[in-house]
Design a protein around this ligand. Structure first.
Ligand code: NDP
Length: 248
């Protein structure tokens, strides 16, 4: 899929929310979506990082984004309802969501994870997406064709030792995607997962500190699949979990 060539105006006039838009893959996706005409809603917990992405998008002359500072660990359904109301007032609809924000949490023996660490992983990686989505369904329904992309991982498809709560959260992400894809089949919202594969980011560096990061794909290099699934070229694709990089 990395040879997919998006037309420059692929996302023209689309309103797209990206979680974890301040860094790593989310930052690359926000800039790439904006470059293809989208108005991006940049959600993340570190305001300075979101402002940096906002400035980069404006400097390129792309559509002005919006910033939503929110810590997904502490956010409640009330926050998401308020966000949905603001999106409805400001834009009238939402055409896409990239659920990208995640934390690794404790990588190591299962017996060593603390209950509060486990809860935090589930809160940020799974519950926040489910509750946010529940609030945002009405604005997604107002779109002609909406695309919701979740972010999975290889460890969310096949159990692997020491990946702990992170892996379990990605299995849950795949499950959430499948349930919604089945429920909304043949309607105006499609749901899919992307597995980025090993990518040069902070998260990858903390999981594999001894690795030579220069051997990995950059976030920018894996963007073709992010564009394909967000744009209308993938209108028939629903309920799939797709890889940015071939399995080794
Ligand atoms: P990074 O750690 O580089 O970025 C994660 C982003 O999520 C950051 O912008 C971070 O914000 C945000 N975030 C984390 N916690 C919260 C929170 N509580 N509230 C709001 N925002 C939060 O990760 P990657 O870019 O590497 O990962 C992106 C996605 O890709 C994740 O879902 C990850 O699981 C998945 N993935 C990544 C792989 C890789 O090799 N990089 C491989 C397989 C899957 P802040 O910067 O403010 O902390």
């Amino acid at each position: 899929m990395n040879d997919y060539q998006a037309v420059p105006e692929l996302l023209k006039d689309k309103i797209i929310l990206i979680t974890g838009a301040g860094d790593g893959i989310g930052a690359a996706a926000a800039k790439t979506y904006a470059a293809h005409g989208a108005t991006c809603i940049l959600l993340g917990r570190t305001v300075s990082k979101l402002e940096q992405i906002y400035d980069e998008i404006i400097a390129e002359g792309y559509p002005e984004p919006a910033i939503v500072p929110l810590d997904l660990n502490g956010a409640t359904p009330t926050h998401y309802d308020q966000m949905a109301m603001t999106i409805k007032d400001q834009f009238g609809r939402l055409d896409g969501i990239l659920f990208n924000a995640s934390i690794l949490g404790h990588i190591g023996p299962f017996g060593d994870i603390e209950p509060d660490q486990w809860q935090q992983i589930m809160q940020v990686n799974v519950n926040s997406a489910a509750f946010m989505l529940k609030s945002l369904l009405p604005v997604l329904r107002a779109s002609e064709q909406a695309s919701v992309i979740f972010t999975t991982s290889s460890v969310g498809r096949e159990g692997r030792s020491f990946w702990n709560g992170y892996a379990v959260s990605k299995f849950a992400t795949e499950g959430l995607m499948q349930v919604l894809a089945a429920e909304y089949a043949n309607r105006n919202i499609r749901f899919n997962c992307i597995n980025p594969g090993a990518t040069q980011t902070q998260m990858r560096a903390s999981a594999f500190p001894a690795e030579d990061a220069s051997t990995l794909k950059t976030p920018q290099q894996i963007m073709p699949l992010y564009l394909y699934l967000m744009g209308d070229d993938s209108i028939q694709v629903n309920g799939q979990s797709l890889d940015c990089q071939p399995k080794k």
